[in-house]
Design a protein around this ligand. Structure first.
Ligand code: ADE
Length: 480
């Protein structure tokens, strides 16, 4: 991942990010930090980059020309998300860090003096972001804070796949207390349960501690957590229909944009009548409604950044096509695996794929772009079946969390390799604590039979994948 930082103090940024985890990640080529001196681009012969503010007022303003030319030099015409760090921006959160970590390249623009000429901001900035309600002397420290938080989400940077998942703010809870040796220090003993070796009891204790701490220190976050859990529990009563919504929320990927039961005066229990969950990382909006009146309420919450929608039941998809500019891509059966045992994998050589396999997969996977395939492989979300060391088939976990992309070479079919890949992916999902699920395009009876044979249950009703009309050519689509 590349970070370009446009600043008047490039050495402050390069030195600040040169050590510890982030410095190591840069040395290993996982991230690249390009600190660019805006002054190098001024056309003023004395190297000046600032001037007085029209209309009067104290202080100087960074001029448009050097900022614009520095931006042009680093982006070379590419469309790159450009963040102006400013106290006037939206708050920087863990969620926004996750969204930005999905980009390949980012530009940070650091202000100084009284700010930057508005005209250049209008032309180049895509996001205005603040790190808190206080004013610093410049944008370098906020940019470094954001780069640190984003970089640690880039695969491989932490060198320990689990820690990014379990720390503060994952799933809206603060982190539980932790202890190391010795067992007793200053007459304080490590809580007994942590010494018990009972993993379930440890997990339950940690969750309780995290909840208690969040309730006490951040009641605002706790309320979000409570509301989300209430929705998940309700969806869990009809897993087959709602597993996609449940999983988006359980995995901390989805943000609830609308839910009747969690609003003051809303319904406290029963089936969700209208629910909108937005997965910002892939621009996908998950929607469900129990009748047309409820569906109408969802139309006003569709975000501009939404490119795809997963809607059920069918009438809701029809309303979105008619009234919200969507087009039906696929009608699918949703299937999920809810049993408490791993499946038998009937093929010996299944491995996680690496980028050297991206050509093979991209050529054979008909429904997504080569970029999508490379991104899935980079995320460690694709598995391949090998026969005598030759890759003969693959399966993947889509951006939205569903299992899919199944393919087996024609000369290797009817040997159980497809079933083995599917079983393998399901087992890996279970190990991560997920409920495995998939979307099978209506009409693909062979795939549906395979799912049912493996023990996945089919939802009562179909689910529709839709694309915003303007986005259809830009966004790759998903399939099983
Ligand atoms: N520049 C100055 N203060 C800032 C803040 N709080 N957040 C982001 N950028 C800033």
């Amino acid at each position: 991942m590349k970070f370009h930082v446009l600043t008047l103090f490039p050495e402050m940024v390069s030195n600040g990010l040169d050590t510890s985890v982030i410095g190591k990640a840069a040395k290993r080529g996982l991230i690249w930090i390009n600190a660019v001196n805006i002054r190098d681009y001024t056309q003023d012969k004395h190297g000046k980059v600032d001037d007085y503010t029209y209309g009067g007022g104290a202080g100087m303003l960074l001029q448009a020309q050097p900022v614009f030319d520095a931006f042009q030099a680093v982006t070379e015409g590419r469309r790159v998300r450009t963040i102006y760090v400013t106290p006037q921006g939206v708050p920087f959160t863990q969620k926004l860090a996750g969204e930005l970590a999905a980009e390949e390249e980012l530009v940070f623009l650091c202000g100084h003096y009284e700010g930057i000429d508005e005209r250049v901001l209008e032309e180049i900035v895509t996001d205005y972001v603040s790190i808190g309600d206080y004013v610093l002397t410049g944008g370098e420290l906020p940019a470094m804070v954001m780069i640190d938080a984003i970089s640690r989400l880039v695969p491989g940077v932490l060198g320990n796949g689990v820690s990014a998942d379990t720390e503060s703010f994952h799933n809206d809870l603060l982190e539980y207390p932790q202890y190391s040796r010795p067992e007793e220090w200053h007459e304080k003993r490590v809580p007994q349960v942590l010494l018990s070796g009972d993993h379930r009891a440890v997990e339950a204790w940690r969750l309780e501690q995290a909840k208690e701490r969040t309730r006490r220190i951040r009641p605002d976050l706790y309320e979000k957590y409570r509301c989300r859990n209430q929705v998940i529990q309700r969806l869990g009563k009809e897993k087959r229909d709602y597993v996609h919504l449940m999983e988006a929320l359980r995995r901390g990927k989805g943000e609830i944009l609308f839910e009747e039961g969690c609003r003051p005066g809303g319904r406290a229990s029963g089936e969700p009548l209208a629910l909108a969950v937005f997965d910002r990382s892939c621009g996908t909006l998950l929607l469900t409604a129990s009748d047309e009146a409820e569906a109408g309420k969802l139309l006003s919450v569709i975000p501009d950044a939404c490119a795809l929608s997963v809607a059920s039941p069918r009438f809701l998809a029809d309303i979105l096509c008619e009234k919200a500019g969507f087009e039906l891509l696929h009608e699918c059966y949703q299937v999920c695996y809810t049993q408490n045992v791993n499946l038998r994998v009937g093929h010996g050589d299944i491995r996680i794929l690496t980028l050297e396999h991206s050509g093979y997969v991209a050529e054979r996977y008909g429904m997504g772009s080569a970029d999508y395939v490379a991104e899935r492989i980079r995320s460690g979300a694709m598995y391949g079946a090998f026969a005598e060391d030759r890759l003969v088939g693959f399966i993947g976990i889509h951006e939205d969390g569903s299992v899919g992309m199944l393919y087996v070479d024609p000369d290797c079919r009817r040997q159980g390799i497809g079933a083995a890949l599917e079983a393998y992916a399901i087992n890996r999902e279970r190990e991560r604590g997920h409920i495995p699920y998939a979307h099978i395009i209506v009409g693909n009876e062979g795939s549906l039979r395979l799912q049912e044979k493996l023990g996945l249950y089919r939802a009562r009703r179909t689910i529709c994948w839709l694309a915003k009309k303007a986005c259809i050519s830009e966004k790759s689509m998903l399939d099983s």
